[in-house]
Design a protein around this ligand. Structure first.
Ligand code: AMP
Length: 282
């Protein structure tokens, strides 16, 4: 695996490649969720490029940037094992001083769901992903459905900015109890991780009621709130039943494509999870 730390060196390497390049941007602290994206790229593309960059602009002052798990040695081992072709591992100066500014079109989607609690977040994410796209110039980009809103926003950005990049959504990877894998799970003890899996169970209760024909989002949300409420360590930030395209909350379910998503705190660890529900399922 080639390890490249500077933009100039990456561009130089990139200029010598003509095959398809699958790209997986990450913040590091890699787990099986990340690795599943890499495997998908290895299957579809000749070359697989991964970036590890802990992007400061997607963290607010009160968030966990300085505490974010750093497992670089282990990450390198996993990437080598999967035979990733190139790891781009820049520092902040490379990404914010040596790389040209990008002008991201504003989007209504930035303000919804995650954006309500974290208004800075999608400005930071789109800025860094656009900068990375400009350097890596991938043919394909692999993003996880775990961060569903991020996935839709990147899709919208690719369209609006005319990037010639095929966006490949990848399914959520979970642990044996259903907890969606996340680098932040490392902050939790094993028994806390088990409690955190109640978030997934709560979402599955909503799904069961949808399957049985429940069309009132208020009732569905109440079911979730009750389940989470039974575990005092958990605190809901939001539970949303929204149109998958606009991310607007739905008043009555009537054949739309839905994104059911949530953010729940366990102590100060913010866990997100979701599932999509297609109209044909109703
Ligand atoms: P992050 O390092 O958290 O920014 O994640 C990098 C990429 O991995 C994003 O596209 C995430 O959506 C994806 N990802 C993170 N966790 C999972 C998971 N449990 N399953 C699938 N993809 C994931």
């Amino acid at each position: 695996m080639k390890l490249i730390k500077t933009v100039d060196e990456f561009i130089n390497w990139r200029n010598q490649q003509s095959a398809s390049i699958g790209f997986i941007p990450t913040l590091g602290a890699l787990h099986n969720g990340h690795l599943s994206l890499i495997r998908a790229s290895k299957k579809q593309c000749k070359i697989t490029a991964v970036s590890i960059f802990l992007n400061p602009t997607q963290f607010a002052a009160n968030e966990d940037l300085s505490l974010y798990p750093n497992t670089l040695e282990q990450d390198l081992e996993s990437l080598r094992e999967l035979k990733v072709d190139v790891l781009f591992f820049p520092n902040q100066q490379e990404m914010y001083q040596k790389t040209g500014a990008v002008n991201i079109p504003a989007s209504e989607l930035f303000k919804k769901l995650e954006g309500k609690s974290r208004p800075h977040f999608f400005y930071g994410v789109t800025t860094i992903v656009a900068k990375l796209f400009n350097i890596i110039k991938p043919s394909h980009a692999f993003f996880g459905e775990k961060d569903a809103q991020q996935l839709y926003i990147i899709g919208e950005m690719i369209n609006k900015m005319n990037y010639q990049i095929i966006l490949i959504p990848c399914p959520i990877i979970r642990d044996q109890n259903g907890l969606a894998l996340s680098s932040r799970n490392q902050y939790l003890t094993k028994s806390e991780q088990k409690k955190a899996s109640i978030v997934y169970q709560g979402l599955m209760h909503i799904k069961n009621h949808l399957n049985r024909g429940e069309t009132n989002p208020k009732i569905l949300k109440k079911i979730f709130i009750k389940i989470i409420g039974e575990t005092p360590e958990l605190r809901i930030d939001y539970i949303s039943i929204a149109c998958i395209y606009t991310l607007e909350e739905i008043d009555k379910i009537n054949g739309e494509k839905l994104l059911i998503s949530t953010a729940v705190f366990l102590r100060d660890v913010r866990l997100i999870d979701n599932f999509t529900y297609l109209s044909s399922d109703i």
